[in-house]
Write a protein that binds this ligand. Structure first.
Ligand SMILES: Cc1cc2nc3c(=O)[nH]c(=O)nc-3n(C[C@H](O)[C@H](O)[C@H](O)COP(=O)(O)O)c2cc1C
Length: 364
């Protein structure tokens, strides 16, 4: 392969070459049979375009606004853990790339750089993702530190009362390193010899009693807007609106939690309809092409987040690699919009795509 990758999957190949097997498997893998992991990607290929021709597409505007923050395109950075296992500069490199691309980065609770290091490294617009620890004070301290250093929203990950069963991590005895964010608060290091040390740590740390009632607790400890990540059904989307959060992220954790949940792109429309425009709906899972971004927007997402593509860019080429991945997806989206006859993100509507359900309906 030429050294300069031309698409996300070539970045994945470079990342595979660059990383030790344990870390590549951790980043790329999913839960159990990895059905959902594959389906997240494959479901996009069953959605077809219905482009319009003879539209003046000499000027394409990709910019959009999320929670009041203007970004250069509707492609944001999803929270993913432990970037220093991919590159020595870790989340600081990722944040700088997000800043260069004028987009939003969601920093993971399980980051290897501290919330303060990432905040002072650049002027990226940052959100902070939180897992609720059995010791609530630990999550509260992190949320408040993030708020103090200028993060703009809290993303509560709701699909992880326990870690999904990731069999590659079990076989590789995936490590659980000490995370600097937690120094003085808790030890995240696990030294057991059996299975995934990361799963052992996470399952001891995550609070499985977390419920809708606890949104009130989260609101009581922060003034920041709260987004719920991990919604997959209309029923939960309605609950999210009722508890008064600022937005939701349709996500199945990149197929790493419950296997055999549908691809996120297959449930997006149902969630969007249930929300009915009352709060923004963001989307992640399986985005590898600009065409995927367009499809998610056409089905009602305000923006998408990318998880693994960012890590592949980081592992392959550090900050530059992350920037290239975001730019490539942005350029592909721009071309898709041009060829579909959409001049702005607002013009991307449902009528530009045909889903499997549409084809079935037309047969009835
Ligand atoms: C290696 C890895 C680590 C992740 N860590 C977190 C995390 O710390 N918090 C979280 O909410 N989601 C986490 N996720 C899920 C992502 O935020 C996102 O939902 C998912 O990666 C989207 O799918 P994609 O990788 O196909 O883009 C992680 C995903 C991966 C691949």
């Amino acid at each position: 392969m030429a050294t300069e990758p031309v698409n996300v999957s070539e970045f994945q190949e470079l990342a595979k070459q660059a990383l030790p097997k344990m870390f590549y498997d951790f980043y790329s893998g999913g839960a159990e049979d990895q059905y959902t992991l594959r389906e997240n990607i494959e479901a996009f290929s069953r959605i077809m375009f219905q482009p319009r021709v003879l539209v003046d597409v000499s000027c394409i505007n990709l910019s959009t606004t999320i929670l009041g923050y203007k970004i250069s395109s509707p492609i944001m950075v999803a929270p993913t853990g432990m970037h220093k296992l991919a590159h020595p500069e870790g989340e600081v490199a990722t944040a700088r790339a997000a800043a260069a691309c004028k987009t939003i980065m969601v920093l993971s609770f399980s980051s290897t750089c501290t919330v303060e290091e990432v905040a002072s490294s650049c002027n990226a617009i940052r959100f902070f993702q939180v897992y609720v620890h059995r010791r609530r004070d630990i999550s509260a301290v992190l949320v408040q530190r993030a708020e103090r250093c200028g993060y703009k929203a809290i993303v509560l990950t709701a699909d992880t009362p326990r870690l999904g069963r990731r069999e590659a991590d079990i076989k590789n005895k995936m490590i659980s390193p000490q995370l600097k964010n937690f120094e003085g608060l808790l030890s995240t290091e696990v030294v057991s010899e059996k299975g995934s040390k990361l799963a052992a740590f996470a399952n001891g740390a995550l609070d499985p009693s977390l419920s809708w009632k606890d949104i009130a607790w989260l609101k009581s400890i922060t003034n920041l807007p709260i987004l719920i990540k991990g919604v997959l059904t209309a029923e939960d989307a309605v609950k999210a609106v009722e508890v008064g959060v600022a937005g939701i992220i349709v996500s199945n954790h990149g197929g790493r939690q419950l296997d055999y949940v549908p691809a996120t792109i297959s449930v997006l429309e149902e969630v969007v309809q249930a929300v009915g425009g009352r709060i923004p709906v963001l989307f992640d899972g399986g985005i590898r092409r600009g065409t995927d971004v367009f499809k998610a927007l056409a089905l009602g997402a305000q923006a998408v987040l990318i998880g693994r593509p960012v890590i592949f860019g980081l592992a392959a080429k550090g900050e530059y690699g992350v920037r290239r991945v975001i730019e490539m997806l942005r350029d592909e989206l721009e071309l898709t919009m041009t060829l579909c006859g959409c001049r702005s993100v607002k013009e991307i509507t449902r009528s530009y795509v045909q889903t499997e359900r549409d084809s079935l309906r037309s047969l009835l």
